[in-house]
Ligand binder design. Structure first.
Ligand code: CA
Length: 544
């Protein structure tokens, strides 16, 4: 009997060991293979992010409605974002920009009803305060999207002004001592371009975007006092800065007026929070963006490099040569710097108003999508990336399609996945979901994670100025330095072509080394005798 008991115990122990080992190896297998045959994983292993206490960041743009749903109503919300901070941090982002979160009748919320609260579909003020706290614990800054060009027609200010004009006898002049809100907007009895009729009166109001968004009178001292209160309120909550919507529309057709208001706003913010960061949306050409930099604003989005007809896309499409791409970065820098020597460029490739980049290429299994966004992420300044681009989501045509739900997984029952904007078409994805891409070493997700890792490991990439090396550029190779006083310079070699390229660096210092690699294939970048062999669609970082 005893012998049999011992055998049973031994067999049970053996089964237990087999079971435990099996579970362990399964767990390990699910995480990631121990050794990848992709060069960048082992080669970049030693790279660490270098933290700097300045305004140069890598920023993730979140379209709040479509990012992550925490309470099952199909609408993205603040607590959903809080639940994804590990994900955002692990990708290497140290700043987030949330599209507007204030109460508003639309899904996009670019028409605000109350600047002091959070839209109930997104959560509560307490949720937002927790988000700020949790971001700051992780070293992630938070930019609030501030829409000052216009409010919603449902804002109390507009409703009170409208009520007053409805009651005012038609032959009386408005008196702001009876209704100050009349002065908050641009009312007139003369029909003009961009003005909408105030139904039931003989008045018109300026509404350059649409009749639901009346333009604020930003020259009004009362409006400016309101803005001061709003900005103070959010700085007091811990917001690190603002993304300013529609800067070129503040005073339609009056660029100098736009500079004046932007300058006023930046001065106001710095008087309350000296180290705040302000980035403005001026969807226009280089010279007009340059003119706005004279306002002293930290950053303006670099629109000429973005989108399907921008400099990056044209470089990938070979209508701009690699050498000309490098030169374009220098011209852009010199043009902006001339008007603000402290400016920080804000490069980006796509945003919530621009078709997603995975749809730009008819035939592309990933390399072109990868290389294009990498060019943007390796530009100097504060680089911005739109959510979902890290997995090559699709979305073009009407705006709603560009704001499709973050494709967390291919499980339709995944509670994090949002329903998306009400009038969105069915958006067919080209690349797998995030959960599938996480398991694939050659996925877009793993590529962008490595690109941002390289960006963060060499502070000169964000902070340096581009120095061109035209003699090293070829039809497919972009080669340039990033240099600044305080940081070690780097040489970036980018192969934008489908074939292997060899770059002879023997004209440079003898003591150079390959310090980081980015691969879109299993081919290795090889460095010997000051010559770099670059496989198709790959990036090398050389240091002294
Ligand atoms: Ca929700």
């Amino acid at each position: 009997m005893i012998g049999r008991k011992r055998i049973i115990i031994l067999v049970a122990l053996l089964l237990l060991i087999v079971a435990v080992t099996g579970v362990l190896s399964l767990t390990a297998g699910r995480k990631k293979p121990a050794v990848s045959d992709i060069q960048m994983f082992s080669f970049n292993d030693q790279l660490q992010p270098v933290k700097k206490d300045d305004k140069y960041k890598t920023t993730y743009e979140i379209f709040v409605y479509s990012f992550c749903d925490s309470n099952g109503d199909g609408i993205g919300d603040i607590n959903g974002i809080r639940s994804k901070l590990d994900y955002i941090q692990d990708l290497g982002f140290d700043q987030i920009w949330l599209t507007p979160v204030h109460p508003s009748p639309t899904y996009h919320k670019y028409d605000v009803c109350d600047y002091y609260d959070i839209d109930p579909v997104f959560g509560t003020l307490e949720d937002y305060e927790l988000l700020l706290e949790e971001c700051h614990e992780r070293g992630i800054s938070v930019l609030m999207d501030l829409v000052l060009n216009h409010t919603s027609v449902e804002h109390e200010w507009f409703k009170k002004a409208s009520d007053y004009l409805h009651e005012l006898p038609s032959d009386w002049e408005p008196d702001t001592s009876y209704c100050a809100y009349f002065d908050y907007y641009n009312f007139t009895k003369e029909q003009q371009n961009g003005f909408a009729p105030l139904e039931g009166t003989d008045w018109y109001y300026e509404a350059q975007f649409w009749s639901g968004m009346p333009d604020l009178n930003l020259n009004s001292s009362m409006v400016r006092n309101e803005i001061k209160k709003i900005v103070s309120f959010w700085f007091d909550k811990g917001v690190d800065g603002f993304r300013l919507d529609a800067v070129t529309s503040y005073h339609t057709g009056d660029p100098e007026g736009n500079v004046e208001f932007t300058s006023y706003f930046c001065g106001l913010c710095r008087s309350i929070k000296p180290d705040c960061y302000i980035v403005g949306e001026a969807w226009t050409d280089r010279s007009k963006i340059a003119a706005l930099y004279s306002s002293g604003i930290d950053s303006l989005f670099n629109f000429p490099f973005s989108g399907n007809d921008g400099i990056i896309r044209n470089t990938i499409g070979e209508s701009i040569s690699p050498a000309d791409f490098v030169h374009a970065m220098i011209v852009s820098d010199e043009t902006f710097r001339a008007n603000n020597s402290n400016y920080i460029d804000a490069p980006f490739y796509t945003n919530h108003d621009i078709a997603r980049s995975a749809g730009y290429y008819a035939i592309d299994e990933g390399p072109q999508t990868k290389m294009a966004y990498a060019l943007s992420l390796l530009m100097s300044g504060n680089s911005f990336m739109y959510y979902g681009e890290e997995i090559g989501m699709k979305g073009s045509g009407k705006d709603e399609n560009k704001r499709a739900p973050m494709y967390w997984s291919d499980d339709p029952a995944d509670p994090d996945i949002c329903d998306g904007p009400p009038d969105m078409d069915d958006v067919m994805m080209k690349f797998p979901s995030l959960s599938e891409q996480m398991e694939d070493d050659l996925s877009l997700y793993n590529w962008f994670r490595q690109v941002i890792k390289v960006r963060n490991a060499f502070p000169v990439i964000a902070r340096g100025r581009v120095v061109e090396c035209p003699e090293l550029c070829t039809d497919h190779l972009a080669v340039f330095y990033k240099e600044c006083e305080s940081e070690q310079k780097v040489l970036l070699i980018i192969n934008l072509g489908p074939d292997e390229e060899v770059c002879d660096l023997s004209s440079l210092s003898k003591d150079i080394k390959l310090s980081a690699v980015l691969n879109t294939s299993k081919e290795f970048i090889e460095f010997s005798d000051n010559t770099v062999k670059m496989p198709s669609y790959s990036i090398a970082v050389i240091t002294e």
